[in-house]
Every structure is written in structure tokens, then in C-alpha cells.
Design a protein around this ligand. Sequence first.
Ligand code: CA
Ligand code: CA
Length: 220
Amino acid sequence: MKIRTGLSIAAVVALAVCSASNAALLNLTQQFPDITAGFIDVDYTYNGGLSEGMFNVTGFAIAISNGGPLINVDNGSLAMNSTIGPAGNLIGGVPGDDLVITGSFDENGDTIYDYTGVLLTGEVNNFGFINGGGDIFEWTFTVTGGALAIPAWYGAPGGAGGVILDANFPQVGGFTGSFTSDFSTGFAGAGNADIFYVPEPASLLLMISAAGLWARRRLS
Ligand SMILES: [Ca+2]
Ligand SMILES: [Ca+2]
């Protein structure tokens, strides 16, 4: 109960911070554990009738680290789908899992896979971007399942994750900053991404407590 209250306060603050600057990055910082994905295709298709676009990300999960050395992920895949509004605002996810990462890896080096199959699933809940300088796109998501939805890795279901994607469009103007026209990397597969765990922002909670004290003092 206590944890849930803390998370919801953090979410409210995160929303307040993000709504202030729509066309901006979420300013996520890559943390551990982190899955590195590569050879990523980005495909955005705008539907004028619905006033929303489908943002598809498809690639390969390549390696994982829990802060130590990178461990190869074999037969790894990354798929992420989200629905974006004309202003670059997140409308939501898609039916079913928004984020799915699969693969197999051997954590302890005994040549036997310790984790295999669906490693991580999630539901997206925030989106940010910047046009130019690599065309970076960011999402946050809620962990919903997979073999890594455990405290040692990505936390229990309900935990928070982040995605930083460098689309690396092969053509000039692949993304122009507009979400009312289509853009795509084609099949170049040149993008790369990090999918990482976001610990509960203790510093934010401290800031809220401090703000609460300040408000109380002003009232008295
Ligand atoms: Ca979904
Ligand atoms: Ca092993």
C-alpha cells in the first residue's frame, strides 16, 4: 500500500513535468539492467481519419547487462508498438503487449541458458522525442511480465522501464519532426536502442516531501 502511494505520486509528478514540454525528450538516463537492441527498423504510419499514427519498432535484442560485463542474447528480438497523436503526444499502446523482448542468455557462464523465451513485456505510458541529433525517441513503460520481471532484473510486474531509441534514419529527413506524415527507416535496420530498468525515483519523492513541508510552513 505504501509503495503504491509512492509510485502514484511519482507518476503524477512525471506527468506534470512531461506535459510542460510536449515536443521534447523525457530525458531518460540509461540504467541497469539494460538490454541492448540493434538492427532496428522504425516504421511510423499516420492515419488522418483517426488523427493518430502507429509507431512500430522491430529489431534484435543483442546483449544484456546487470551492471557487469555484457552477456550475449541469442535469438533475441525486440518489438514495440505505440499510438502517437499529431503533436507527438502518446495516445497509448496497442491491444496486447506493447513491448515484447525475447531471447536466451547464459548469466553464469556454464553454457546453459538461465533465461529463455519471453524475457520482458510491457505497456507504454509516456513518449518523448527530438528531431535531429540522431532522431532520438524515448518511451517509458510498465513491466507486465516475462522471465526478467523479477526483483533481480526488471522488478516485479508493475515496475518501471525506459527505452531510448536512436532511429539512425539512413536517408536525410527520415523524420522531420512531424507526426502527421509517415516516416520509416525502410529495411535498413540501422537503429539501436537500450531497454532498461528505472528504479523508483527516491529523489523525486524527497522533493515532494520537501515541497509539502514548504507549503505547510507557508500556510501556518
Ligand atoms: Ca497494450
Ligand atoms: Ca547458465
